[in-house]
Design a protein. Structure first.
Length: 86
């Protein structure tokens, strides 16, 4: 199963995350299918989140499931994720 989830990057106490498309059986920081964007939790509010909305919609339309955190981030930017189950 394919999931949209966060991949942790950065250094100690300065994390940032990449929003990625990944096989759910792979480790969190393992190989990805595609990178959709980035999330910087310690940046200013307007610079925290950027992603390719078109590609995210595509992956959701073909059956990829978003993690709970990614759903919250997408909702923050106005991209609603519905009908997803664990």
């Amino acid at each position: 199963m394919v999931k949209l989830r966060l991949k942790k990057m950065g250094s100690k106490k300065r994390p940032y995350y990449r929003i990625v498309v990944q096989d759910s059986r792979k480790p969190r920081d393992g190989a990805t299918v595609e990178e959709l964007g980035v999330y910087h939790p310690i940046e200013a509010a307007d610079k925290q989140l950027s992603f390719n909305e078109e590609r995210a919609k595509y992956w959701l339309s073909v059956g990829a499931q978003a993690s709970d955190t990614v759903k919250k981030l997408f909702n923050k930017k106005g991209l609603t994720v519905t009908g997803q189950s664990k």
